[in-house]
Design a protein around this ligand. Sequence first.
Ligand code: SAM
Length: 255
Amino acid sequence: MIKAKKKFGQNFLKDESVLAKIIESMPNNDNKVAEIGPGLGDLTKFLVNVKSVEAFEVDTELCTLLQEKFSKELKSGKLHLHCGDVLEAWQGHLLNERYDLVANLPYYIATNIILRALADAKCENVLVMVQLEVARKFCAASGEKDFGALSVIAQSVAECAITQIVPPESFTPAPKVDSAVMLLKKHTNRSDEKFEQFLKVCFKQPRKTLQKNLSSVYDKQELSKLFEKLNFKPTIRPHELSTDDYHQLYTLLTK
Ligand code: SAM
């Protein structure tokens, strides 16, 4: 029997109803699927029934198991298996054709992977299992306490929604926290590094006022005038503005 390796973030998804719901939530298109971390192949088994799949697995022991388990699909070309670290394989585009990322992600690199997928012009949709806390950071609406830099980055390029919340008991071994599946439907690609640096300043101290955070970089008087012009209260907190407000503020502050 294979023992789950903590260092690779291995929590295997065993609940078939959760797996079936992931498949139901997949966008209806002809795109290839990239699966990061097929693990024991429980999600892969469902994916190869509906799509052509490129899977990336870092654990050599699991790679050997997957090669045996999916020998038919590997032969027919329904599945390609890349054994190694996906972050090393990912140079610009993960695949050289249009694809959707569908995966139960290793949590220790989940945010990094999602941000890469949002920047990758070949990736059109991201349907992934992550920690619930992380899903909330990407999908929170303006005004909610979790609305932060990740929400603005993601919602600048995609429509974001949590499709299901998954309890620890659905996995073996069970993680310590709840998980969630989220769907990010991209309409464009993440590309503006300077805007993201600006967001870091805006959300540096999320409980302080936005003006206070911005005043570490911009002139206080200029900020007061601009906030008045845009009808933003001087006491507004960073999570209270919308994604569009952030783009407008950035354009005016940097022109
Ligand atoms: N998809 C399986 C499931 O749903 O049961 C396993 C998911 S488990 C949360 C994460 C998987 O990602 C593990 O199989 C782990 O070995 C793999 N993984 C971790 N780091 C990786 C990396 N850098 N590149 C590729 N795969 C990785």
